[in-house]
Structure formats: C-alpha cells, structure tokens
Design a protein around this ligand. Structure first.
Ligand code: FES
Length: 169
C-alpha cells in the first residue's frame, strides 16, 4: 500500500479512511451507490478484497502507520459469505484487533466493521458519512513516537496472534 497523503479542506480536518470492501457485497454496494447517484463523503479510499476473511490485522496496522485516520471493513452478512465462514473469521480478528488498538491508545471508533450486501447502496452511503463524521470529531490519528517504527506492525500482529492462540481463534 502506498503512503497515504494528509489532506484538509480549508482549516478543517478531513479524515483519511481506508475501506477494505469484500468483492461480493460491499464493493458492489459501493458501485450501486455510485450508479444510483447517492452522494457520500469522499474520504474513503476503497481497496477490494475477495472476502472480509482475507483481511490480515497487518493490513489495518499498516494503514494506520502509513497515515490513515480510520479503517472501514465491509463484508457479507452472516450466512452470506461466499467462502462460508470468512466473515466470522473477520469478526473474531476485528474483536481482537480492537482490544489491541485500545492498548496502543487508538480510539476504537477508528476501526469499524459493517455487513453490507450488494443491494445496500444506501447503507454504504450512511456508514461512510457516519464514520467520516465520527473521525472528524476525533481528529487526526497521532500515533505515539515508535522507537523502532518499522517493527511496530510485526510486533502488534504477534500480540494479536498470541491473544488468538490463547483464546483458540
Ligand atoms: S465473501 Fe464477502 S465476507 Fe466472505
């Protein structure tokens, strides 16, 4: 992922949000929102993944490290995942990651997981607008200085993995 550049409109803060959208549902819903001419905040940069279960916690930590203020994950509704249980895996990882982010001093509103089917273009609009507002209120993400910045995500992922092993996830 390339470095995300900071942007602002006037003196106001414009959050940069990275969206990891499942190809089969949320990505298609975002497309539908576009073709239906639903307008929503332009703050989300969408990355398509084949399933929300493909999301490695590393991707989210990398997004933050490279300048994102928030990360939005969109997946198929429970029971609708094209790979059976990918979204269940995504939910478990998301829950663990939020715990980890809290210990790092990162507000939990900065990561959001939503189930959005291909027909829910209006939900894409609502979720993006809500999240943009929430993060605008929080302000830019200011990660504390990290002595060995290059190693941070790896260490963090190890912590998520070790929590996962302890809890059997
Ligand atoms: S295929 Fe969409 S979440 Fe798995």
């Amino acid at each position: 992922m390339s470095e995300v550049s900071k942007s602002s409109s006037g003196n106001g803060f414009e959050p940069r949000i990275v969206g990891f959208f499942c190809n089969w549902c949320t990505y298609t819903a975002a497309d539908l929102a576009g073709t239906s001419r639903l307008t929503y905040a332009p703050n989300v940069r969408v990355l398509r993944v084949m399933c929300s279960g493909r999301l490695d916690p590393q991707f989210i930590l990398d997004a933050f490290r490279k300048g994102a203020d928030g990360v939005l994950i969109g997946g198929c509704h429970p029971g609708d995942c094209h790979y059976q249980a990918g979204n269940h895996k995504a939910l478990r990882r998301y829950t663990l990651l939020k715990r980890l982010l809290k210990t790092m001093g990162i507000e939990e509103e900065r990561v959001r997981l939503e189930w959005i089917s291909a027909s829910e273009g209006d939900k894409v609009q609502r979720v993006i607008n809500e999240m943009t507002e929430d993060i605008r209120r929080l302000g830019p993400l200011r990660l504390p200085p990290i002595p060995h910045a290059g190693r941070m995500p790896g260490e963090a992922v190890e912590r998520v993995s070790s929590i996962g092993q302890e809890t059997g996830l």
